[in-house]
Design a protein around this ligand. Structure first.
Ligand SMILES: CC(C)(COP(=O)(O)OP(=O)(O)OC[C@H]1O[C@@H](n2cnc3c(N)ncnc32)[C@H](O)[C@@H]1OP(=O)(O)O)[C@@H](O)C(=O)NCCC(=O)NCCS
Length: 164
């Protein structure tokens, strides 16, 4: 089910025909972007969900929209692993990633997940700040996890509160 996260922005699941827009964001966000093929595969996995943040274009014909961010997570047993979150450079620092993270947690709660996990590059200050805002805590380091630059990954987790 799609959710209207705030006026003029909708969070919904990615569809195959969103791929070109998502690839634009991916390529602008990462030095070593995933291939379209990898995204296509994620769309087919039962355990994988890609959420997109969609902005309606008021000046364009009815029904036209623009994807300005996405988040990929896996739900395996009672654990949600956030693989990737990215926002177009011109829409950053406007709360788009916060909305994607919030919606992911809502869905995790709904699915009965008890643990959220992720890895982040040691140097990625914006992402570290974002995850800290959501009360993720660093629990370990995977040395040279990102083989491209040999950068360490910080492993972060968050225990989910059981709904009363
Ligand atoms: C990390 C990223 C997804 C954040 O997206 P965003 O939509 O700009 O983030 P938000 O506006 O929702 O920010 C929420 C909070 O995160 C933190 N934050 C986000 N960007 C930050 C930055 N550049 N510097 C410091 N803190 C930052 C802040 O606490 C911010 O709250 P505030 O703006 O009220 O201070 C975005 O910078 C991005 O796409 N980066 C490239 C891809 C990437 O590195 N992804 C993460 C690795 S998987």
């Amino acid at each position: 089910m799609a959710v209207r996260a705030r006026a003029r922005l909708e969070i919904r699941r990615m569809r195959p025909d969103d791929l070109d827009d998502v690839m634009l964001i991916e390529r602008a966000a990462f030095r070593h972007p995933w291939s379209p093929e990898l995204f296509r595969r994620e769309l087919e996995h039962d355990w994988s969900t890609i959420l997109v943040a969609v902005e309606p274009l008021t000046s364009a014909p009815r029904g036209t929209e623009r994807i300005i961010g996405f988040l990929i997570y896996w739900l395996v047993h009672d654990e949600v692993h956030v693989l990737n979150v990215a926002v177009t450079p011109e829409h950053r620092r406007k709360g788009v990633a916060r909305m994607l993270m919030g919606e992911t947690e809502r869905r995790a709660q709904q699915a009965g997940a008890s643990l959220m996990t992720l890895e982040v590059r040691r140097s990625n200050q914006p992402a570290l700040e974002l995850y800290r805002e959501f009360d993720y805590r660093a629990v370990g380091v995977r040395p040279n996890y990102y083989v491209d630059e040999g950068e360490d990954a910080i492993v972060m987790v968050k225990e989910m509160k059981r709904p009363r």
